[in-house]
Design a protein around this ligand. Structure first.
Ligand code: ATP
Ligand code: MG
Ligand code: FE
Length: 343
């Protein structure tokens, strides 16, 4: 089995070839950090344009790297949402054109499903069901993953996502964009006990998240002039981790038959977050697994892998070539809407 994955939902343009043995046969990725850095965040118009310029040569590139032709593929899997609609359309339209020209089946992948299944690309021993903390720039959810396409959402955020909180903290501290890796870096030189910060939602009986209040407290601490940036970063990171551990503990109590705790999405690249989750898993007798950091942030290998997982389902059917891109696309359509939740 050989599948081409295409990712363009945010600010990484990426193409990858993955095979049924979990090998990433070829991959290329172009980040747009430099284009967006002057604006302190992703500018949708700039992102869409950059994807449009880069994607076609990138797809040709991975096919050339692997020495394969379109006709050798079993499927073309592209992110069809959720994300910035202009970018998603660039990737999906490219995939449709290639599928139409070659007759290779199209698979329209939910970007969140890409993140959710990425741990299975990295870890062949990871079996369903598992508990998943999905923490990225736009999402912050706890899910029970029962199988491919079977996701039960237990928690979401009522305001900001965890990655967004890292990005805003970085912006406040003048660390540039993207913020997560920069906050992690300077937090290593700081003391997490110096700045008193709130732990929003901790103690609440439902496992949802909230990070807006934490971000505001970071802003006030910074503006007070009393604290050094590394101490603020370290204190923020610890507060965020305390929230995650507390929320996860509540959610895990509501899950059944789960043997593994898994983290995915961009924030899963954070070593302190991973360490804290490993401790939670240890305490509860669960195995812990996380993809390598490069598979945590946006990439096309996880999209190709989600395609491979879909191909393996009984009754697999390719997606129609007129399928639409979706700016919003919940993984669990049954999930109760949460008051105040943007996602
Ligand atoms: P989504 O998947 O929700 O559509 P996205 O595609 O923007 O959002 P990802 O690429 O999966 O998100 O993740 C990017 C986010 O991860 C950013 O908010 C970034 O700051 C954060 N991040 C990346 N590395 C780290 C790190 N080492 N520590 C903390 N946060 C990190
Ligand atoms: Mg990015
Ligand atoms: Fe993502």
């Amino acid at each position: 089995v050989l599948v081409l994955g295409i990712e363009s939902s945010c600010d990484e343009t990426a193409a990858a070839l993955v095979d049924g043995e979990r090998r990433i046969v070829a991959q290329r990725i172009a980040s747009q950090d430099e284009e967006h850095a002057p604006f302190g965040g992703v500018v949708p118009e700039i992102a869409a344009r950059a994807h449009a310029e880069r994607l076609a040569p990138m797809i040709e590139g991975v096919l050339a790297d692997a020495g394969v032709k379109l006709a050798d593929l079993d499927a073309i899997a592209a992110t069809a949402g959720p994300g910035l609609i202009g970018g998603v359309m660039v990737g999906l339209v490219s995939a449709k054109a290639l599928a139409m020209a070659s007759g290779v089946p199209l698979i329209a992948v939910n970007h969140l499903e890409g993140h959710a299944l990425s741990p299975r690309l990295a870890d062949e021993h990871l079996e369903f069901p598992y508990a998943l903390l999905l923490v990225s720039g736009g999402h912050c959810q706890i899910l029970q993953v029962d199988g491919v396409g079977q996701y039960r959402r237990l928690a979401t955020t009522i305001d900001d996502a965890l990655g967004e909180a890292f990005d805003k903290t970085a912006k406040i501290l003048g660390l540039g964009f993207p913020g997560g890796p920069a906050v992690e870096r300077i937090a290593k030189e700081g003391d997490a006990k110096v700045v008193p910060l709130p732990r929003p939602m901790v103690g609440s009986g439902e496992p949802h998240f909230s990070f807006a209040g934490l971000k505001s407290a970071v802003l006030r601490a910074h503006e007070s002039g009393k604290y050094e940036a590394p101490d603020i970063a370290a204190s923020f990171q610890q507060a965020a981790i305390d929230c995650v551990v507390d929320r996860l503990t509540i959610a895990l109590a509501e899950m059944d038959a789960v043997k593994t705790l898994v983290v995915a999405g961009g924030v899963a690249a954070n070593a302190s977050v991973r360490g804290a989750l490993e401790a939670v898993a240890d305490k509860r007798g669960l195995r812990f697994t996380a993809p390598p950091p490069k598979l945590c942030t946006d990439n096309a290998a996880m999209i190709a892998w989600a395609g491979i997982e879909r191909l393996g389902l009984d009754g697999f059917a390719p997606d129609p070539l007129d399928i639409s891109a979706r700016p919003r696309w919940p993984l669990d359509p049954q999930a109760e809407p949460v008051r105040g939740a943007g996602v």
